[in-house]
Design a protein around this ligand. Structure first.
Ligand code: 6GU
Length: 216
């Protein structure tokens, strides 16, 4: 699975990608993430990539030229056909079925917006799939892009240790996970439910299913 991320802040991603399951997935070449600094595509002597909106109004708009030049360059880096995704609060809400759809494709180009958004002609020319991660406004699409990468990568075979944990995922089974406990068996008078300590596998399965149903 390949992700090309177009952003004004590539450094935002490094800490996150350098840890945990994603780092392992990258080290094992299961996931390939390439960061592209949009500012490198500015033709302005001050490396500007935004300008004031025509018609007036607050904030700045990302200009069409640097974005299109960058995306066209990125598309040519690989033969694998890519889907262009734009992270924006106006987008389609991200949910597990959409994550599964994205995981079916070999390559995604993720465009992270900042400021008041992209010049509309970026959308007209690239016809991206616009995705939002929820009903609130973020300062930019970078955190949303990380959410997409994280959720989609989990579905790449081999990224998560056991296929079981992906299949048992709350959203995949349609049930939320029940409560989990680990040692110690008692803490400040709070004990682990007897059934979980009983060693009776069918009773444990029954208990877990009942708890999952209750939570859902
Ligand atoms: Cl994808 N971008 C921004 N800027 N805000 C958001 C969002 C994305 N999803 C929810 N809020």
């Amino acid at each position: 699975m390949r992700f090309d991320v177009v952003t004004l802040f590539p450094e935002i991603f490094s800490g996150y990608l350098d840890q945990g399951l994603l780092k392992k997935a990258i080290d094992r070449s299961l996931v390939n993430i390439q960061l592209h600094d949009l500012r490198a595509w500015s033709t302005d002597k001050h490396q500007k990539v935004d300008d004031r909106p025509f018609g007036g109004g607050p904030g700045m708009v990302l200009q069409v030229q640097p974005v299109i030049d960058c995306v066209e360059h990125v598309q040519k880096l690989e033969k694998t056909p890519s889907q262009v995704i734009m992270l924006t609060p106006q987008g389609k809400p991200l949910d597990q079925p959409l994550v599964e759809q994205l995981a079916d494709q070999p390559r995604q180009i993720l465009l992270c917006g900042r400021y008041e958004g992209f010049d509309q002609r970026v959308i007209d020319l690239l016809d991206p799939l616009e995705i939002s991660i929820g009903d609130y406004i973020l300062n930019g699409g970078e955190v949303a892009a990380m959410v997409v990468i994280d959720a989609v990568s989990r579905l790449v075979p081999g990224v998560v240790g056991s296929a079981e944990s992906v299949e048992a995922d709350s959203f995949t089974t349609g049930l939320l996970d029940g409560p989990q406990y680990t040692r110690p068996a008692e803490y400040r008078g709070w004990s682990v439910p007897e059934t979980l300590m009983s060693g009776d596998h069918s009773a444990i399965a029954q208990w877990r299913r009942r708890e999952a149903l209750r939570r859902t």
